[in-house]
Design a binder for this molecule. Structure first.
Ligand SMILES: Nc1nc2c(ncn2[C@@H]2O[C@H](COP(=O)(O)OP(=O)(O)OP(=O)(O)O)[C@@H](O)[C@H]2O)c(=O)[nH]1
Ligand SMILES: [Mg+2]
Length: 718
């Protein structure tokens, strides 16, 4: 393969709801680009894109798969993505490396929630879009419904570049109002005739061309002037105007497709090449906020966006050349770890098929093998350059479960396998929670987690069990209380003696600090001698005040007292959960000249704290999440009533682009397997996001139940 310079490269991510035909379109593009001479099908399990066993078994895309076609002297890089947002990680990596997106709308389904979801992501990651209306040959295809859906979703941004002469099984061509041609297809392999527009479509074509011209003129003053002067624009001028609008995410040009019959594929590629952004238009940022212009005459920087282990090749790292040129045998450095790497072999990638190349230029996509630090988000740059590309910002996970090996002897093997999986897939997050004593696996949905389970069992040979994760509750107090404890042991040998008097007080937002309290019926002002604030690693804080007067306790025992308190903060007096947001004043105590030692004060403080805590209106707090649901309006009622059964507080409802948006605060304890429930409530048409908000006290009945559960469990353990 020849080496393509930056201006002759286009990187395009294929987006769209599940089954819109992205993988089939990628296959057709590769066919038009002569990378393959026979097209596979998703059902035939022989497409270039869905080339993993797990994708073929599920007959859907699960990973983002890079491919290329060579077309019009351009390297047309395509990244096919999964249509389910359970696998959004792959799509987000594609946004990082592509300057353009083609959003497929299924003509048989109209605009779906999936269409809206990916359009939102494209906006979030600043990737401009072109719309391909696919499956126009499908029996249920309906052009008008698609158009009105697009208008409802995207307002006045969509503009028709092509419209079909007929849809359904007889779909065999379309009118292109940019070219003012009728493209007719003679077979199902993309053989095209370029004809004059038939008389019956002439009027419609002229109206739509006028709309296209007006749209194209909107975003550029010179074009607007030309338009006013001449009443029209040339083809190149229209393309230029559309290009500006597309980049500004103000125009969504609409193209006609049947990916299955290779209709419209070539025209869409031509338009993309001529109109869409070249890689040099995207300026990456470094971690420290500097621009990294995408140009060939600059130091080499490559960024790894995907890591995999593949048959025959072993560890494979997929990268984008962010700047400079990459040559075979080049030495690079990971600026974050300092590791040096030699790039032994470079490949151009079409799914599983890899073609060796000797170099790649700025903006191109490729892969290499056997890197030591070849993980996602790693930059390799010219040694000494010190530039690391800003990491990919993945959406927060929304499915959380606990995982263990079915046989205990497999636990280490499970740990290793999970580490490998999460190194490849950064949206599979694994952590051992010391607090919950569970390994927690988080991902983007139940399908995502099930794929991980499948891989663990089939690729790594570790049968696993998934189960409900514990909730990381917290404990705190709501009132002031004091207590004293004397620890004394004087039977035989050296004795132990320590006495601690302390007072606990809640730290509440908006409530000012005070050191005046009623202690044992007397108004008392505590004189603070020293103060320490501990930011707790599990959130919230502990403030520790030494107010002991008259040397009742030596200052040297204060660390032991703090340790005793921290022991109980670590294992809250109610249910053993972490405690937070408490102020402790140690105001009195006693020592023994011989028997007092550190352990005595640790124990005295631990017990005094526990007692004071229990008398201070203790409360269990639970994590609350902000949940946002996006659903077709028909399912709004079902989503609402389900949420009400989950102790949710509905914060708002709105209508956006023809869909309903529901915002609520929901306790984490009520969100286990929520993605599955939502999916079955809405026949898979809705989606949601969740993000940690804060901790709130649990309702009284929930607290009673948690206390009873804890007591029962403690008795069992005794
Ligand atoms: N009639 C018709 N069917 C199509 C067309 N494109 C795709 N299909 C069919 O639609 C189904 C889904 O196609 P895919 O290419 O797997 O769709 P996808 O968007 O990649 O789906 P996911 O990977 O699950 O997101 C398959 O049965 C295809 O044969 C088309 O243009 N016309
Ligand atoms: Mg697919």
């Amino acid at each position: 393969m020849k080496s393509y310079s930056t201006k002759d490269i286009r990187n395009v991510v294929l987006l769209g709801s599940t089954k819109s035909g992205k993988t089939t379109l990628a296959e057709a593009m590769l066919y038009e680009g002569k990378v393959i001479d026979r097209r596979g099908t998703v059902e035939g399990k022989n497409t270039v894109s869905d080339n993993t066993e797990i994708e073929q078994m599920n007959q859907r895309s699960i990973y983002a798969t890079p491919m290329y076609a060579e077309f019009m002297d351009t390297k047309f890089n395509i990244v096919d993505t999964p249509g389910s947002d359970d696998f959004i990680g792959g799509t987000v990596t594609a946004f990082k490396v592509c300057e353009n997106a083609i959003l497929l709308v299924n003509a048989q389904q109209g605009v779906e929630v999936g269409t809206e979801i990916f359009a939102r992501y494209a906006k979030k990651y600043h990737v401009p879009m072109i719309i391909g209306v696919n499956q126009l040959d499908g029996e249920k295809a309906d052009w008008e419904t698609v158009l009105s859906g697009l208008k409802e979703s995207f307002g006045n941004k969509p503009v028709v570049v092509q419209f079909p002469t007929k849809v359904g099984a007889g779909f065999d061509g379309f009118i292109d109002v940019l070219k003012m041609k009728y493209y007719h297809f003679k077979d199902e392999n993309g053989t095209r005739e370029d004809l004059d527009i038939p008389a019956e479509f002439q009027a419609e074509a002229e109206t739509l061309r006028q709309e296209l011209i007006e749209k194209a003129a909107e975003f550029d003053d010179t074009l607007m002037e030309t338009f006013f002067e001449k009443g029209t624009l040339t083809e190149d001028e229209i393309r230029k105007g559309l290009g500006i609008g597309i980049r500004a995410a103000e125009v969504l040009p609409i193209f006609c497709l049947s990916a299955k019959k290779v209709i419209g594929v070539k025209r869409l590629m031509e338009f993309t090449i001529k109109t869409a952004a070249s890689p040099s238009e995207k300026i990456e940022k470094s971690i420290d906020g500097k621009d990294i212009p995408c140009k060939m005459d600059a130091p080499t920087v490559i960024f790894i966006y995907k890591a995999d282990v593949e048959k025959n090749l072993g560890d494979v790292s997929y990268f984008k050349v962010v700047s400079g040129e990459l040559h075979e045998g080049q030495d690079l450095e990971d600026p974050e770890s300092g590791n040096r790497e030699r790039i032994s072999t470079i490949y151009a990638v079409a799914g599983a098929k890899k073609e060796k190349v000797s170099d790649l230029m700025a903006g191109d996509l490729g892969c290499t093998v056997k890197l030591r630090s070849g993980k996602t988000n790693v930059t390799l740059s010219q040694p000494g350059l010190g530039i690391a590309v800003e990491h990919i910002n993945f959406p927060a996970p929304k499915y959380r479960c606990a995982i263990k090996a079915k046989t205990q002897t497999d636990e280490t093997k499970l740990g290793d396998a999970l580490a490998k999986i999460s190194a490849q897939d950064p949206t599979a997050i694994v952590e051992y929670s010391k607090e919950l004593k569970q390994t927690i696996l988080s991902g983007n949905g139940e399908q995502h987690i099930n794929i991980i389970k499948y891989r663990l069992e089939n690729e790594f040979g570790v049968p696993v069990e998934l189960y409900a994760p514990k909730i990381p509750y917290r404990e705190t107090i709501t009132k002031v209380a004091n207590a004293m404890y004397r620890h004394k042991k004087q039977s035989g040998g050296a004795g132990q003696f320590g006495e601690v008097h302390l007072l606990v007080c809640p730290i509440q937002e908006g409530v000012p600090f005070t050191n005046r309290f009623k202690i044992d019926g007397k108004d008392t002002t505590l004189n603070v001698k020293t103060q320490e604030t501990i930011e707790l690693e599990w959130g919230g804080k502990l403030e520790f005040y030494n107010c002991v007067v008259g040397g009742a306790i030596d200052a040297r025992f204060m660390p032991a007292i703090l340790k005793g308190i921290m022991d109980r903060m670590n294992e809250g007096p109610l249910t053993g959960s972490y405690a937070r947001d408490i102020r402790v004043f140690v105001y009195d105590g006693k020592m023994h000249p011989v028997d007092s030692n550190e352990i005595s004060f640790v124990l005295a403080a631990r017990n005094a704290f526990k007692e004071a805590f229990r008398n201070a209106g203790p409360k269990i707090l639970e994590p609350i999440y902000n949940v946002e649901i996006l659903t077709p309006a028909d399912y709004m009622g079902a989503c609402m009533s389900d949420l009400q059964n989950r102790r949710a507080i509905i914060e708002g409802m709105s209508s956006e682009n023809g869909f309903s948006v529901l915002k609520a605060r929901v306790p984490l304890a009520e969100l286990y397997r929520y993605s599955t429930t939502l999916s079955s409530l809405t026949s898979g048409a809705a989606t949601f996001t969740m993000e940690f908000a804060d901790y709130q006290p649990v309702p009284g009945d929930v607290q009673t139940k948690l206390l009873a559960d804890y007591d029962a469990q403690s008795k069992e353990e005794e």
